[in-house]
Design a protein around this ligand. Structure first.
Ligand code: CA
Length: 248
């Protein structure tokens, strides 16, 4: 597969950038580094069913990237026409997190390590950008991806006021990496995450790792969409080279 110059050039035109200088990779966790989306969907579906709020398992794939509080507010507004109280959020999110830990083991996404290694090889700073506050997964990162993210290079739900799809998480990640938007590549798998990253101005690479069709990711603002993380990791050297070399 060849990446067409047009993908870079039309991104430059859309954003009114003259050129790109990729210095930092801003990387999502669930569905990008881990094949954890199915478990999250199951845990949310189990919780909402217990609360008597009608949902489908599939809809939770579309909420991926939201903070736990935001997903709970969405469910509460549907069922009760009000936001959840801080106390309800604390209690119910803890319950959802517990269900998540009881699900079958989550595995690192095939190709994710190769992707992280590439960014290291070309001296790009790596920043984790997740809407999750689930310690169970965040704590596993160091074991599964040793040295990939230092604690000062992580944006979690605790670090932001507004979660994805708001641009704040990616803006914060750019500040951490001390880069401008034209110097950042984002790696995402879900429409809300893609929207957040692309509104922050990053060149957003989307990867279809679940049931979400590529059109949804394109609509959300992805500059390029790959069919798997393995394909993404394979193509990144060519993509980054083109990003450095093309200008308008
Ligand atoms: Ca994700």
């Amino acid at each position: 597969m060849d990446i067409s110059d047009d993908i870079i050039l039309s991104f430059l035109q859309r954003r009114h950038y003259k050129q790109l200088q990729p210095l930092a990779a801003l990387i999502d966790m669930d569905g990008t580094l881990y094949d954890s989306m199915g478990n999250h969907a199951d845990a949310w579906h189990k919780l909402s069913t217990e609360l008597g709020i009608a949902t489908t398992r599939e809809e939770f794939f579309l909420y991926e990237g939201r903070t736990g509080a935001s997903t709970l507010n969405l469910l509460f507004n549907r069922a009760y026409n009000r936001d959840a109280t801080p106390q309800e959020i604390e209690e119910l999110y803890a319950r959802k997190a517990l269900y998540f830990t009881q699900m079958p083991a989550v595995r690192p996404m095939p190709g994710a390590m190769k992707m992280l290694d590439f960014f290291k090889e070309v001296n790009m700073r790596r920043v984790l950008v997740t809407g999750s506050g689930q310690r169970s997964l965040i704590d596993r990162l160091e074991r599964d991806f040793p040295g990939a993210f230092t604690p000062d290079m992580m944006v979690t739900s605790r670090d932001v006021k507004c979660g994805k799809p708001h641009p704040e998480p990616f803006i914060k990640a750019m500040e951490m990496a001390r880069v401008r938007p034209s110097q950042a590549i984002a790696i995402e798998n879900a429409p809300l995450g893609v929207k957040s990253a692309s509104s922050a101005g990053a060149f957003t690479v989307a990867v279809t790792t679940g049931p979400i069709p590529r059109e949804e990711l394109e609509k959300a603002g992805a500059a390029i969409v790959f069919d798997s993380m393995e394909q993404c990791a394979e193509m990144l050297p060519q993509l980054v080279l083109k990003m450095f070399n093309l200008a308008i």
